[in-house]
Design a protein around this ligand. Sequence first.
Ligand SMILES: [Zn+2]
Length: 315
Amino acid sequence: MKITFLGTSAGAPTRRRNVTSIALQLDQQSKLWLFDCGEGTQHQVLRSPLRLSQLDKIFITHLHGDHLFGLVGLLASRSLQDSIESPVTIYGPQGLSEYIRVSLEISRTRLQYPIHIEITKPGQICDTEMVEVFAAPMSHGITAFGYAVSEKTQPGRFEVERAKELGIPEGPLYGQLKRGETVTLLDGREIDGKSLVGAEKPGRKIVFCGDTTFTPNAIELSRDCDLLIHEATYMHADKPLALRANHSTAIMAAEVALQAGAKMLALTHFSARYEADTAQGLPELLAEAQSVFPNTYLAHDFWTVTVPRREPPTA
Ligand SMILES: [Zn+2]
């Protein structure tokens, strides 16, 4: 699982930061998922190794413009690339279908590939072979969701070489052994499949809370995650601004990570005020968060985080 931050600024872009979008690449599948799609996301994709031809799903947290205004342009540009026919599924709050439909209709844009729009509801919203996605309501003064991507436990590796050494004939028996069943060979030997299959690989979990002020729902959604991506629009000194606009301070984000038992916290969605003001800026915001949750990092545009596999539980 690999995350690339395509935009890390709140509200409006700055010289160094675009508005929100986060890319997720799942292992072993050349599929690209996006979380939010602020204006200019397609330009950011062009400046990265990511490819829109691989785009498979987009998850929109809420319908504020800085998380949404890049969506239709990105979909339209993808349609101009030859030979892209693979569908894109877009998840998001009520109102998303109308926004997309009207934008496409009025601009007379006809996409060359199908799109499916799924209105997000709390709970499991997506179940694929490898992962499940869960949504939970956030607290942002507008319908807003956080999304958790949970990888399913993968079966351990079947040790083909050892099976061959034991003289087990290839074929249907291998399937039974892979599933951990015990099989009886023609010569009477009994082989326990579990002895030929390595340890299961536990799934990883990443969570993106979108825009929100402190809410217990974010803690619940982020429970035991490997990576929590949380907005930190404001420093603690500006907490009144955060509360007024239903945003988070760095300390609020760190509290969520701490209480959820997250392994790592990546802060994003910073107010532009801290980039201009060098006396009191992002290093201080980071220090505030680290005073609560030490394993915290500041995201920047094009920062890529690879979430390592979890160690199998020791018996
Ligand atoms: Zn917002």
